[in-house]
Design a protein around this ligand. Structure first.
Ligand code: DCM
Length: 149
C-alpha cells in the first residue's frame, strides 16, 4: 500500500512539474524610481479594464525573461529599463505563470508614457493598497511594500 501511495504521489508531482514547465510565462515589471512604483491601468480584456497592473506581457519563445521585461517596457511605456532581480514567487494566472521582476529606469530614458494603458501612476508604499489591482498583482503587494522606502 505504501509503495502505491508513494508511486501515486511521485506521478502527481511529476505531472505538476511538467505542467509548470509547459506553462506560458508572463513577466510583470515592478519599475521603481525615486522611491515610487509605476502602476498602469489596463484597457483589456473587459474583465480587467480599469484595474491596475505592473506592466509586462508574455515571454516569447527562446526569449530571456529579463529581455522580455526590457522589450515590454519599451513597447508599452516607451521607456528604457534595467531589470534588477526577481520579486516574490511565481503566481498562477489563467494565462500561465506570472513572474515579477524589479527594474529601474536607465539613465537618459524617456519618462514612461501610457502607450498601451489608459493611465500610469507613480505610487508610494502607503498608496499601494488603495488601487484596484488585478488579482495576481495584488498578491505581490506585500513584497512590493518591502521593496519601497
Ligand atoms: N497579467 C496579470 N498581471 C500583469 C500582467 C499580465 O495578471 N501584471 C495577465 C493578464 C492576462 C495575461 O497576464 O491574462 C497576459 O497579459 P497581457 O494581456 O497584458 O499580455
Amino acid at each position: 500500500l505504501l509503495r502505491g501511495v508513494l508511486t501515486a504521489r511521485a506521478a502527481g508531482l511529476t505531472s505538476a512539474v511538467a505542467g509548470a514547465a509547459d506553462a506560458r510565462v508572463v513577466v510583470a515589471t515592478a519599475l521603481i524610481d525615486d522611491g515610487r512604483l509605476l502602476a498602469a491601468r489596463r484597457t483589456r480584456p473587459e474583465a480587467l479594464a480599469g484595474r491596475w497592473e505592473l506592466p509586462g506581457g508574455s515571454v516569447e519563445a527562446g526569449e530571456d525573461e529579463a529581455d522580455a521585461v526590457v522589450r515590454e517596457c519599451k513597447e508599452e511605456l516607451g521607456a528604457d529599463v534595467e531589470p534588477c532581480g526577481r520579486l516574490g514567487t511565481d503566481l498562477p494566472i489563467d494565462a500561465g505563470l506570472l513572474r515579477v521582476h524589479l527594474a529601474r529606469l536607465r539613465p537618459g530614458s524617456a519618462p514612461p508614457q501610457p502607450l498601451d494603458h489608459s493611465a500610469l501612476r507613480w505610487v508610494s508604499a502607503s498608496e499601494l493598497d488603495a488601487l484596484p489591482w488585478v488579482d495576481a498583482d495584488r498578491a505581490v503587494l506585500h513584497d512590493l511594500r518591502a521593496a519601497l522606502p
